[in-house]
Ligand binder design. Structure first.
Ligand SMILES: Cc1cc2nc3c(=O)[nH]c(=O)nc-3n(C[C@H](O)[C@H](O)[C@H](O)COP(=O)(O)O)c2cc1C
Ligand SMILES: Nc1ncnc2c1ncn2[C@@H]1O[C@H](COP(=O)(O)OP(=O)(O)OP(=O)(O)O)[C@@H](O)[C@H]1O
Length: 327
């Protein structure tokens, strides 16, 4: 997959050699609705011998629209790139800068200069509510008219619903904010996960409590509530049962910034510096300020036993709640 970063420029010359099928949007989460679009684009690319171009904006397009709150996102750009690589059959990942110039660009100019000339659109796939151009003036009907006029194949994908409501990034964010991990997993088509490089903690856990790996959290992302989660950790292509605490560690007088700490069951290798993915499968309890370390230790022992039961073979083992295995 070719990665391109671009922004509105005076130049509008084509930068690709092949004609493309473009699918556009913020695509935060690459959820099941988004994947419907990707599948359509991939099929069109095969049928018409086109390159698939995944066109996404960063920052999120709402971040420059005063009437809309800047969303805290589900995934970093890096996670989005990894997910798309794993998805396969996407030839170009275009990270287009959503700045004031783009925000003010009229719909027609966006279509002709950017999609048609610069990115060689021969087909375009969007979902129902897609809007483009200054003030969101362009809708799917306008896009369909431009496409028809220029001989660009246009597809409006049907909206994917789950339990009577559209699947959307906003809806998934709401579920995650409330710690409703199994439902978020259904809409994402995979567990919600944290990804990062293992950092050094205070190293108290290993000595007195349970050894943990720490992953830094980003202030741009949205996280589920502080507390303890049954989790599954992926290390070097293998999955392990684990339990994760999100929070500030109040018992040991932890700091202001929340941290993610994961205890991997029956595992004692050094993981510092490795990149991990931690699926948060189920919220089990809030983070508690205990009076003594002994109380915290006995609660952590219970958390570990609870996790062990969750992953027992009769519950499906490590595949318990696994969906599509997309990592
Ligand atoms: C499963 C689990 C549950 C935890 N629950 C709490 C908790 O309820 N309250 C709290 O203050 N810290 C909690 N912690 C965090 C511990 O305080 C922390 O792991 C320990 O202080 C070690 O920190 P270190 O990795 O920086 O050495 C929990 C940790 C784990 C692994
Ligand atoms: N449930 C869905 N079914 C089909 N297409 C969808 C669905 N949700 C979004 N899309 C389409 O996927 C593309 C990217 O969507 P985008 O990320 O902007 O929307 P979203 O998931 O609804 O996010 P948000 O909730 O932040 O508005 C757009 O073309 C959009 O119309």
């Amino acid at each position: 997959m070719l990665y391109i970063e671009d922004k509105v420029d005076v130049e509008t010359h084509p930068i690709l050699e092949r004609k493309t099928v473009i699918t556009l949007g913020n695509f935060d989460g690459i959820h099941l609705g988004h994947r419907q679009l990707l599948d359509q684009a991939i099929q069109i690319a095969k049928d018409r011998d086109l390159a698939t171009l995944f066109f996404t904006f960063s920052p999120h397009s709402n971040s420059l629209i005063p009437s809309k709150p800047k969303p805290r996102l589900l995934y970093t750009l890096q996670q989005k790139i990894h997910l798309l690589e794993e998805y396969g059959n996407i030839d170009i990942f275009l990270n287009f800068c959503f700045d004031e110039t783009l925000r003010e660009m009229p719909a027609a100019q966006f279509f002709y200069d950017i999609l048609l000339r610069r990115y060689q659109a021969a087909a375009i796939v969007v979902g129902d509510g897609f809007r483009f151009g200054c003030g969101g003036a362009g809708d799917t009907e306008l896009l369909a008219r431009y496409c028809h006029k220029e001989g660009v194949y246009f597809v409006k994908a049907p909206c994917l619903y789950w339990e009577g409501e559209p699947v959307s990034s906003t809806r998934i964010r709401r579920l995650i904010e409330h710690g409703r991990m199994p439902e978020a997993m259904k809409l994402l088509g995979r567990p919600y996960y944290l990804e990062g490089v293992v950092e050094k903690g205070k190293q108290l856990g290993g000595k007195r409590l349970a050894p943990t790996v720490n992953i830094a959290l980003s202030s741009d992302l949205l996280y589920p509530p502080n507390g303890v989660y049954i989790s599954r950790t992926h290390v070097d292509g293998r999955a392990y049962a684990s339990v994760t605490n999100l929070g500030r560690n109040p018992t040991i007088g932890g700091g202001e910034t929340p941290r993610a700490e994961t205890h991997i069951l029956d595992y004692d290798e050094d993981l510092y510096g490795k990149c991990l993915c931690v699926d948060l499968l189920e919220y089990t309890r809030p983070e508690i300020q205990f009076d003594t370390l002994d109380e915290l230790k006995s609660q952590i022992t219970k958390d570990i036993e609870n996790t062990r039961r969750y992953f027992e073979p009769e519950q499906g083992g490590l595949d318990h709640h696994a969906l599509h295995g997309t990592k």
